[in-house]
Write a protein that binds this ligand. Structure first.
Ligand code: UN1
Length: 502
């Protein structure tokens, strides 16, 4: 069976008709073989604007439904995802090239956020605040916000939507999603799965969630539409530099989750066996195509020779291959452009004295599929391209001797998403997590930079954009806060002792 046929079969099972997959000009390819698996019709800018208008109407009804009842819809979504985990996981592997356990893991992440959001639907708490005026009560209330626009990237084609959608739905919002043009099929699958949940729920308003299949122009409609008070956008820092100011111009909120250039520091007391495994998954997992991928490694000079040769061996022996047919740990890059930018970065690194292990293309039967051996590059110091994110499996390794100096180096890049330290020395780990330690949104001890759970807020500082999605109190971005003061006395005392007697 061809991948195209299998894809159509999986989508049909979920409720996406086969004729929706052909006749359009958005060509979808599987990176596994490079072959075309669909040609989707795209939405016109006018129809995209109409979709947003209907989402706004849906919001006006949905916001009146009590939070715990809204949670019931998300509970059903989680159930449907459990039922269809195998199919959706397989579609992720087909469309992105993830190995099976990572395709399934991504769907598990969706299920987890649904569970979280269901609980949250009864915990959209405000505060009661002490007031200085007698006979008064002051409190804050959280209200639904409106239509939430979601722009997602190819590398987590379904989980990122679910982080936003599950929270937005329990918060009383509608969701309009513009997926990556590289991964529209998994988006159609999610929409079909959501529809199953909505059908079981019964009276969810029409247009509560929708998917806009199209290019950048369609994304721009979402970014500029006055009825979209929040856009959550995941992608490159370059994309964020365009989206951020446009949203600011109309005072809309932005949750930006942009590039990462994540580092790990390996200290003298690190457990090297465990550290090796953490580095291997963080740097080579998902073929280096996570925003949380480990890209820079600082190793203390005392243990450099005990660790780095072992790491090189792991790089030389890791299996690279077709994730649908083999048990390889590293699948393909998403496309030729990713391969080219990896090669350019490796050339530049070599020109700056980098010693490259791996990085070569793995030949396969499919000329349009791009499999590479992950690259480990020993760098004499942190210069370009180490300071930039290249979305491919390249790990730059550098030696350090002084802890303060390595903390400075660690923080000396634009991005600020994720970070790790490997140590059994409490003073080092606490410094790393403390005020003058890692400047990232995620800072870990003795685990890698990637693979965060949904319970924590996910996102980063500096050029990563500052947004927070998923757990903790990230939900607050999806609601509007009102401070309410109620006077139940018969007097009208003014705050700050002001008198105004007429
Ligand atoms: C991303 O790469 O865009 O922490 C998200 C992780 C995953 C999410 C990554 N839970 O690696």
């Amino acid at each position: 069976m061809t991948i195209a046929k299998e894809t159509a079969g999986l989508l049909a099972k979920l409720g996406v008709a086969e004729d929706a997959l052909s006749g359009g000009d958005l060509i979808v390819r599987s990176p596994v073989t490079g072959e075309q698996i669909a040609a989707l019709k795209t939405i016109s800018p006018a129809d995209a604007a109409k979709t947003i208008d209907s989402a706004h109407k849906a919001f006006q009804t949905w916001r009146l439904v009590p939070g715990p009842k809204r949670g019931e819809l998300v509970r059903l979504l989680g159930e449907e995802l459990r039922t269809h985990k195998a199919e959706l996981g397989r579609l992720v592997s087909i469309e992105v090239g993830k190995i099976p356990s990572e395709g399934l893991g991504e769907v598990q992440e969706m299920i987890d956020i649904c569970d979280f959001a269901v609980g949250l639907s009864r915990q959209l708490y405000g505060l009661t605040i002490a007031t200085e005026r007698p006979g008064h009560r002051m409190m804050e209330t959280w209200h639904p916000l409106g239509v939430v626009g979601v722009i997602s990237a190819f590398n987590f084609p379904v989980a990122v939507w679910s982080w936003n959608a599950a929270l937005a739905l329990v918060c009383g919002d509608a969701v309009v999603w513009k997926p990556s043009e590289k991964t529209p099929l998994t988006a159609l699958a999610c929409e079909a799965i959501f529809k199953r949940a909505a059908k079981r729920f019964g009276d969810a308003p029409e247009g509560l969630t929708s998917v806009l299949i199209g290019d950048r122009a369609v994304g721009e409609i979402l970014v500029d539409h006055p009825k979209v008070p929040l856009v959550s956008a995941t992608g490159s820092t370059r994309m964020g530099r365009e989206v951020g100011p446009r949203l600011a111009k109309r005072f809309a909120r932005a949750v930006l989750e942009l590039g990462g250039n994540n580092a790990g520091i390996v200290c003298p007391t690190a457990d090297l066996d465990m550290t090796l495994r953490a580095i291997a998954f963080g740097a080579m997992g998902t073929a280096g195509q996570r925003c949380t991928t480990l890209r820079r490694l600082f190793v203390h000079e005392i243990i450099y020779d005990a660790l780095v040769p072992r790491l090189k061996k792991a790089y030389e022996s890791v299996s690279v291959g077709n994730p649908l047919e083999t048990s390889a740990l590293v699948g393909p890059l998403i496309d030729k452009a990713a391969f080219d930018s990896m090669q350019n970065a490796l050339k530049e690194a070599a020109a700056h004295g980098g010693k490259v292990t791996g990085g070569t293309r793995v030949e396969n039967a499919h000329p349009d599929a791009y499999y590479v051996r992950p690259a480990l590059v020993e760098m004499p110091k942190q210069v370009s391209p180490v300071t930039e994110e290249t979305f491919a499996p390249i790990l730059y390794v550098m030696k350090y001797s002084d802890f303060d100096a390595v903390l400075d180096e660690h923080n000396a890049v634009g991005a600020g998403l994720s970070s790790s330290i490997f140590t059994r020395d409490l003073q080092e780990s606490e410094r790393f997590l403390g005020v003058d330690g890692s400047d990232c949104g995620i800072a870990n001890v003795n685990i890698g930079t990637s693979g965060a759970e949904i319970g924590g807020a996910f996102g980063g500082e500096k050029e990563t954009g500052g947004g927070r999605e998923s757990g903790s109190d990230a939900w607050k971005a999806y609601m509007r806060r009102a401070t309410n003061t109620v006077n139940y006395s018969k007097a009208l005392p003014l705050a700050q002792g002001v008198s105004f007697d007429i």
